[in-house]
Design a protein around this ligand. Structure first.
Ligand SMILES: Nc1ncnc2c1ncn2[C@@H]1O[C@H](COP(=O)(O)OP(=O)(O)OP(=O)(O)O)[C@@H](O)[C@H]1O
Ligand SMILES: O=P(O)(O)OC[C@H]1O[C@](O)(CO)[C@@H](O)[C@@H]1O
Length: 330
């Protein structure tokens, strides 16, 4: 039996239970989970994630394990405490499910003495070395439901400008992909300048072609560096500039944290299940120091050493399409 520990870290992502449930039911894996991310390893008792414990909850929006942002991994001393605790509890490996920050910590902990495997999970889809992160599709579906309703009211009451602000951290994937999928008129993303005057002029030009406009806006589309992940409301100040130039009131919707919750879409559930399945096989072959990732719709393992942390995680195909359609704040 392989005695394995698991945490979720960073923001939650719908679908992660499917991954955990798949691992729990795999022959030869004895799975334990800690609540509250990295710090939880030191302060919480491990929960035995048996097949029975996990049964019938794989599609729950509430995770088997609480997730968190943690202090300990930021220092070598803190990481050593995590490693020591896992060694004392005789774990062979730590599985970390999380976003880009959690990935850095998982790599460091592996290099500093405890086997780790990393599973990409975040609504931002911004993890180096994988095309996909668990939770992204569910989040997009939530945003598209909102955009669909806004399209209705835009049709019912023409002549308006709508702004939909979405999460995404420092990357514009959610705003960009939902704008493309939802037939929106502009996606304001942090990869390009958020100069208010330029954006307002672009909106004014678009109003000559169309009666109502729907704009998506990334939470991090600030023109200063003051932004902290999770800040909400940047679309209000961009809307001010648009209103000033066009004389049209902007109707705003801040989608916020609603998109991180709820039961997973099929895409998230199946990808998470497959990642769980291949993670189990990777544990059995003791092939640690890897991320179990998605490339071109297939599950692959990526050695931490191959990760290029300078690479962009914004979907390039989406950028190219949006650029050609003049949908970006560039
Ligand atoms: N540079 C780093 N060095 C060491 N550990 C880190 C680093 N960045 C993040 N971590 C650890 O990973 C945790 C989660 O990171 P972060 O808050 O950046 O979320 P994330 O994993 O990127 O997920 P999300 O995309 O949901 O925000 C942090 O609380 C910290 O414990
Ligand atoms: O939940 P918190 O800690 O406020 O973090 C918010 C951040 O987490 C994310 O939702 C990713 O999980 C980002 O889109 C957002 O910037």
């Amino acid at each position: 039996m392989h005695r394995v520990a698991l945490i979720t870290s960073g923001g939650d992502g719908a679908g992660i239970n499917s991954m955990i449930e798949m691992l729990a039911r795999y022959e030869g894996i004895d799975l334990y989970g800690f609540h509250d991310g990295y710090d939880g390893i030191l302060v919480n008792q491990p929960i035995h994630l048996t097949k029975t414990h996990c049964a019938n909850h794989s599609l729950d929006g509430a995770h088997f394990l609480r997730t968190a942002r943690s202090k300990l991994p930021f220092t070598k001393d803190g990481r050593q405490k995590i490693i020591q605790s896992l060694v004392e509890q005789e774990f062979e490996c730590l599985i970390v499910c999380g976003g880009s920050g959690s990935q850095i910590a998982a790599k460091q902990i592996h290099e500093e003495g405890m086997n780790t495997l990393f599973i990409p999970m975040t609504v931002d889809n911004d993890v180096i070395g994988t095309d996909y992160t668990i939770g992204y599709d569910t989040a997009l579906n939530h945003i598209l439901n909102i955009i669909a309703n806004i399209q209705n009211t835009a049709t019912n009451m023409p002549g308006r400008i709508f702004m939909v602000e979405v999460l995404g951290g420092n990357v514009g994937n959610l705003a960009l992909e939902s704008a493309l999928a939802g037939g929106c008129d502009l996606a304001i993303i942090p990869e390009y300048s958020s100069n208010r005057e330029q954006i307002a002029k672009k909106v004014q030009a678009k109003l000559r072609e169309k009666q109502s406009l729907i704009i998506t806006c990334s939470e991090s589309a600030y023109d200063s560096k003051d932004y902290q992940a999770g800040d909400q409301g940047v679309s209000f100040s961009i809307a001010d500039s648009i209103e000033h130039l066009t004389g049209i009131r902007v109707r705003k919707t801040v989608v916020g944290f609603y998109i991180r919750a709820g039961h997973p879409s099929n895409r998230d559930a199946i990808i998470a299940s497959k990642l769980g399945y291949f993670t189990a096989a990777t544990i059995l072959s003791k092939d640690f120091g890897k991320m179990i990732a998605i490339k071109k719709d297939a599950v692959i393992t990526v050695d931490y050493k191959e990760l290029d942390f300078s690479a962009s995680t914004t979907n390039q195909e989406n950028i190219d399409i949006a650029k050609n359609l003049n949908l970006l704040n560039s």
